[in-house]
Design a protein around this ligand. Sequence first.
Ligand code: 5GP
Ligand code: SF4
Ligand code: MG
Length: 465
Amino acid sequence: MCGIFGIMGHPEASNLAYLGLHALQHRGQESAGIVASDGNGLRAHRAMGLVADIFTAPVLEKLPGTAAIGHVRYSTAGVSQLKNAQPLMVEYVGGHLSVAHNGNLVNAQELRDALEADGAIFQSDADTEVIIHLIARSKQPTFEQKVVEALSKVKGAYSILFLTENKLVAVRDPFGIRPLVLGMLKNGWVLASETTALDLIEAEFIREIDAGEMVVIDETGLRSSQPMPPAPRRGRCIFEQVYFARPDSVLFGSSVYEVRKEMGRQLAHEQPTPGADLVIAVPDSGVPAAIGYAQASGLPYDVGLIRSHYVGRTFIEPQQSIRHFGVKLKLAAVRQVLKGKRVVVVDDSIVRGTTSRKIVKMLKAAGAVEVHLRISSPPTQWPCFYGIDTPSRQELIASSHTVEEIARYVTADSLGYISLEGLGASMGDRERTTFCTACFSGQYLLGETTSLTTAQDVAPKVASA
Ligand code: 5GP
Ligand code: SF4
Ligand code: MG
């Protein structure tokens, strides 16, 4: 769970990186960083917390230059430390190098063990550092060739940016798991996790970086190549469309808002709620699907839950003490809308079930006589190894409970999920041959599932990026 941004050829590179990261803040709230190049060297600033708090005017003034990369990060408790904040920056025989990575490598521990056995010293827990060591050790003649050699050894998800004194390099893994888009300004090129970052700085959206593609930007302009052997199939993360990306972004060629609304329509067809009075959303993530559900079912859409905008998903959230109060701090029920009503409440996903349970209870306490929970993704049964912060398998309520049991646990009068086929259909890919759906289907892109079925705790050992 991370957001990345890069810019080359603009006199205010770090200021624009700041804005870009601001637009990507939803992708990670734990730490943020910017590394800028003035052509002679790199300067970095990284800190825990939110972009707007970290990058004050004096801080940005200390990051001069015409090129910059930036990163926002979210991780689980335990690895919530400054040493894991990105972009990482190192000095090696080839010069200065900085890296911003979104995604998770599945063979990072293996590679790290081998590198450490060979004398490498690691500064962080982040699997991204493995890539830096591989680059530093590469005997290839050019920087691009070093990058390609390093990435040919790693497996998993990476949308990744490299910044040297005079080069910005972007690569997307052969499955295209995490998003990455290219944009253009009058002065310079821009790369970002999502188009919303381009929109904010008024950059023109050019195209998505292709799976397995490498783009190099330097003073001679932009060059593209396809150095990674293509994966047998695409594996774009379907959960980006369900929950993670911002609804105003265009992701994998489709408007996130339109896709989510379509999921809601599909959900209404598959899981209708006869006799209900109105449809409400769990804001913000459930809103587009709830609107789609209301449209398809002919029920009125109303606002039954208000979200406070002053409780961010801040970097302290992974602590259990904060999570406990989280829901009430974040959401309040509107009694006037709910009183005496049979309510359909639409959300994007159920992970542990604890939030949903509190929401259902809150709606009933506010006078709803029936609460029918509708979810615009299938039951989340498997952990993600490719960069989304899902808990281990036993914490996922749907891995060990039937839909009926989950309904009882969350105290809903009924519970209905969209089907996997329906989810694919909402994205124009019913067969789901271009998406990763592992957290719903257990079909991992790299076949990790065989070892999973026997493992007790399947949480990966490496820190998630
Ligand atoms: P639960 O009922 O499982 O406790 O919470 C479900 C809620 O968690 C949904 O509203 C969904 O939007 C949200 N959610 C889904 N995936 C994630 C995630 O990866 N991180 C966070 N912070 N929230 C998530
Ligand atoms: Fe996305 Fe789920 Fe695949 Fe992870 S397992 S990449 S969250 S679809
Ligand atoms: Mg939500």
